[in-house]
Design a protein around this ligand. Structure first.
Ligand code: MRU
Length: 356
């Protein structure tokens, strides 16, 4: 998608270097950062210079390529894969990408391993773009139906950033929105701010602005009253891990939006590529929920009056804070899952119908 009229992807590989857009600096600064070692990749994921389930999967895949470039050695590769998997625990795409890369390169001789790894990382990236595009085409039908009935602007609420910045291109939750907009459907997006890191404000609103899509940032607790007032036609969110029974783990606060949507008969859809499905865990309590540094809550970053980025403390110095990054929305609150293969019921039956 576009930034200042120029098409970008969130990650690319050039002259044996991985390039990323540093998302910790958006929307105020647009900085392209170079990753040259596996440690750079681990740090970029941990610090959330790259974030979003599909993008951290792709970064991990390229992290293994960088590891082979650094030292073509099996022990180093194994340590690298473990370090990458541990860098963020909740999004399953990370482990999915590493397992896929390791399976592909295992048994490859040391002369060929680099080429095999680069090809597979590129495949993961291209496949994600393709999947996200198809998620958009499948989700478009839902928006078209609502637009046909309403004959007025369709208001869509989304949480966090499941936009193109969270993937390689198109996004998951935003892909149906981009497709609908390109088809001339009148759209307006409510972007939940998404405390503490404000991905909704800093990333979703930013990327929609760059594509010219009308949007309004709201505080995280505003969605409920908007739904009661009939100002939300549809919710679409992303996911970091979808269980085979249709339970959805996504950015903290998603669950509360799903409850409000249920109470107000607002359709609540979750958009995902199949790389986000965890076929192994069936009990959502077994999902490792990331707990991040409480500094992310107690401090906030923004521009001062001289346009310098500043970080300031906003909590009482002595207060403790707790920063759980994800929650789980049970399948019963999910109207449907929008995948690259079609839309299905949030259940094992629904998922298995699409993914045998
Ligand atoms: O902590 P983040 O910013 O990585 O969380 C991102 C989300 O929760 C997204 O909704 C999810 O990864 C889906 S991305 C298409």
């Amino acid at each position: 998608m576009q930034i200042k009229g120029k098409a970008y992807r969130t990650i690319w590989f050039e002259n044996n270097i991985v390039k990323i857009i540093d998302q910790t600096k958006l929307p105020h600064q647009f900085i392209i950062k170079e990753l040259k070692t596996v440690e750079d990749s681990i740090n970029a994921i941990k610090s959330m210079e790259v974030r979003g389930a599909p993008l951290i999967g792709a970064t991990a895949a390229y992290g293994l390529v960088l590891s082979i470039l650094e030292k073509n050695d099996q022990t180093f590769l194994k340590d690298s894969s473990e370090g990458l998997i541990a860098s963020r625990p909740t999004a399953i795409n990370l482990k999915w990408a590493i397992d896929r890369m390791m399976k592909k390169i295992s048994g490859t001789n040391s002369n060929e391993i680099l080429k095999v790894a680069i090809d597979e990382a590129k495949k993961i990236v291209e496949e994600d773009i393709d999947f996200c595009k198809n998620i958009g085409l499948n989700g478009l039908k839902i928006i078209e139906e609502i637009a046909k009935k309403k004959k007025d602007t369709v208001n869509i609420l989304t949480h966090c950033n499941a936009g193109w910045l969270a993937t390689i291109d198109w996004g998951t939750a935003t892909s149906p929105i981009y497709h609908a907009y390109k088809k001339g459907i009148k759209i307006h997006v409510w972007a939940d701010e998404t405390r503490p890191r404000n991905q909704g404000a800093n990333l979703t609103s930013y990327e929609l602005n760059e594509e010219g899509i009308p949007n309004t940032i709201i505080a995280d607790n505003t969605g409920g009253i908007l739904m009661q007032r009939g100002q939300v036609d549809l919710c679409i969110v992303g996911t970091d891990r979808t269980l085979s029974n249709g339970d959805v783990c996504n950015k903290i606060g998603t669950y509360l939006k799903a409850l409000a949507a249920k109470d107000n008969n607002v359709p609540f859809y979750v958009a995902l590529p199949s790389s986000t499905i965890d076929w192994n865990i069936t009990d959502h309590k077994k999902i490792p929920i990331e707990e991040r540094n409480s500094d992310e809550l107690s401090h906030i970053e923004g521009l001062d009056k001289d346009n310098n980025l500043q970080k300031i403390l906003i909590y009482p110095q002595k207060s403790k804070a707790m920063n759980l990054a994800f929650d789980v929305t049970p399948a019963k609150y999910v109207t449907g899952l929008i995948t690259e293969k079609g839309v299905c019921e949030a259940s094992e039956k629904g998922l298995k119908r699409l993914f045998k």
